[in-house]
Ligand binder design. Structure first.
Ligand SMILES: NC(=O)c1ccc[n+]([C@@H]2O[C@H](COP(=O)([O-])OP(=O)(O)OC[C@H]3O[C@@H](n4cnc5c(N)ncnc54)[C@H](OP(=O)(O)O)[C@@H]3O)[C@@H](O)[C@H]2O)c1
Length: 271
């Protein structure tokens, strides 16, 4: 869906680039509708060469030109960037922030009253358009803003809307989750190597198995327990493997991981 909006991407790093690439691929925006800024000239040259978008180092000029401003700089520089953009980030523009651990209230406090702010928590697979982005709406966000924000983040994967107080839990699950799954893929591949498979084949078997199972869970909408039961025949190989995983407390370990990362995200938010 073409949004017909001018979009400034402040910070053309990993996430900024993923969003530019996704919006163009989904035809949500044309190259001329996007203005990317960064402090690193090499980043801008790359964005211009790869995507043909407008580029520049002047955040204020880009934000002032745009209808939608995506804040994709590191959280530690966001205070400074917001200070610079305060006069242009009025209620006239939609502000989408992807800065991890940076609450809507902290953004709104640095802008004029009435600012329309959406907090977004995408994850790394957004760079291959298989991301998960959680969105929370600020007070002045309109229904049209919600549709626009959804369309932008759907261009890099799936979207869920959550209350902002749950953003730490999102961080603990889908934010940190790709790292858990990378570990699982590596471990499955190690198991394959132990059983005699060549490393490269083992990695492909492991990664594609994770991808395929995830797609089945999402596309069928069936409970994962049911899907598991369907491939677990009495006295067969799979139940033997599942028993080993239960003995190794995989289920409890993964729950502990989400809990620990959520707690850490809360701690970082108060530091
Ligand atoms: N990557 C992810 O998977 C992910 C997931 C969720 C949320 N996020 C959030 O997305 C944001 C960006 O993360 P990232 O991984 O894309 O980081 P990144 O690759 O470092 O991108 C940030 C970019 O912003 C540039 N920048 C710094 N100060 C700037 C300024 N004043 N004006 C314009 N550009 C400036 C940086 O340049 P320098 O490198 O020269 O400083 C860098 O190119 C962060 O807030 C992060 O919390 C990322």
């Amino acid at each position: 869906m073409a949004l017909g909006k001018k979009i400034a991407v402040i910070g053309a790093g990993n996430m900024g680039e993923a969003l530019i690439s996704g919006m163009l691929a989904a035809r949500a925006a044309a190259p001329d509708d996007i203005h990317a800024t960064d402090v690193a000239a090499a980043r801008l040259d790359q964005a211009k060469a790869r995507y043909g978008v407008r580029v520049g180092v002047d955040n204020k000029a880009a934000a002032g030109w745009a209808d939608i401003v995506i804040l994709a700089v590191e959280p530690q520089v966001l205070d400074h960037v917001l200070g610079d953009l305060r006069s242009v980030l009025t209620g006239a523009r939609l502000v989408l922030s992807v800065a991890a651990g940076y609450p809507i209230a902290r953004i709104a406090a640095r802008l004029a009253p009435g600012a329309r702010v959406v907090r977004c928590m995408p994850n790394t697979p957004s760079v291959v358009q298989a991301g998960l982005s959680a969105l929370s709406w600020g007070e002045h966000v309109t229904v049209e803003d919600e549709q626009v924000a959804r369309a932008i983040f759907e261009s890099v994967g799936r979207v869920v809307v959550v209350e902002e107080r749950l953003m730490d839990a999102v961080t603990g699950l889908s934010g940190s989750g790709p790292a858990y799954v990378f570990l699982i893929i590596e471990a499955l591949a190690d198991g394959g190597v132990k059983m005699g498979l060549p490393r490269e084949a083992a990695l492909q078997l492991a990664a594609q198995t994770v991808l395929g199972a995830a797609r089945m869970a999402l596309e069928t909408g069936e409970h994962p327990g049911r899907l598991k039961d369907r491939v677990t025949s009495p006295g067969g190989t799979t139940i033997a493997g599942l028993h080993a995983l239960e003995r190794g407390r995989l289920r409890a370990s993964l729950m502990d991981a989400v809990e620990a990362a959520t707690t850490r995200s809360r701690e970082l938010g108060t530091e």
